[in-house]
Write a new protein. Sequence first.
Length: 201
Amino acid sequence: MFVLTVDQIGSRASRDAVPSLREADGAEDAVLAFERTAGDEAQALFAEARPALLCALGLVETGRWHCGIGQGIVEGPLPSHAREGRGTAYVNARAAVEAAKKPGAHHVGFVADAPTGAGIQAALRVIAALRAKQRDTTREAYDLALRGGTQARIAEQLGISQQAVSDRLASGMYRELEDLKTEAIRWADVLDRAQAPEEEG
């Protein structure tokens, strides 16, 4: 399972954003919804890698959150609230969010029960770093493509040529980053499935 622990950046100088977490992309797929743990920190529990990683990356892109994903065991039975859980997924999420605060971490961390988690963390950091460097026009086209828009439709929405859309997606490394994201999610799921028999026993 996956615990996502998030800590608001610069919370003393801005309004409390914890209540808005339940509207974050992917948050609706949490087994246990985001809940404040202490101060400006919150946790949610996910059964699958895809919503956990997508939610974390989406929050990182806002520039308002340090996000740490912990993969591992959650001791059963599941609690009623995310903050009440125990197990290695929680321990790993704590380590991950602290790692996300370090220089060069690009506000995201991933810690797993297996060493392969370091590779997933590296992939997530590359995605976060390159997305942060995108120009506004590139990000606009990229986000529309993520929502399923064709290049023709995106061109119509933005009032530009289809070639210009293609150029923006290429400069934003859309295909490469989305492939990397897909592989990061796949490997996170592989790690978690490998642990499932142990959890059931």
